[in-house]
Design a protein around this ligand. Sequence first.
Ligand SMILES: [Ca+2]
Ligand SMILES: [Ca+2]
Length: 178
Amino acid sequence: MGRVVAQDRIKARFDRWDSDGSGDLQRTDFEHEADRIARAFGVEPTTRTALRLKAALVGLFELCADQAGVSSNGPITEVQFQKAAEGLIFERGEAAFNRALRPVVQGVVRLCDGDGDSRLDRAEFTCWLTALGMDEVKAAEAFERVDADGRGALSEDELLAAIRDYHYGLLDVELIAG
Ligand SMILES: [Ca+2]
Ligand SMILES: [Ca+2]
């Protein structure tokens, strides 16, 4: 596993989440990110599914703030974020990583889970990635790679494993891109 790849990806994540470009992360960055994702799915930010995603992202922000030892409104500097994210990815273990990210994954799954079975089939997953700006051919390829058990639908656990593998440099599919 490559720490350099991991650090680059954490840096890219930081830049994306710093939605106001202030050079540090505030709670409002994560609120705006949630609104932006909801709109990418064609959902008004005031709907229940969008608000749940927002609560999940704010929860993740608070966890990072807590790790960084700053106020629950931030700001979190880039160095603090890098340290908190590396701790989560490399040191605290898979269970802690999944606990931190699961609400966000659930929040996004709800936005594109058309049949409501809490799993994403090929079309639903393609909808996720194309809403985040990936083209359809690449999204279809990504589905094959993430569908580890080949059953044609992605569970939350498979999605979490894919996000973790991405940050380990084991997979080149970024699922919470923007
Ligand atoms: Ca900011
Ligand atoms: Ca589904």
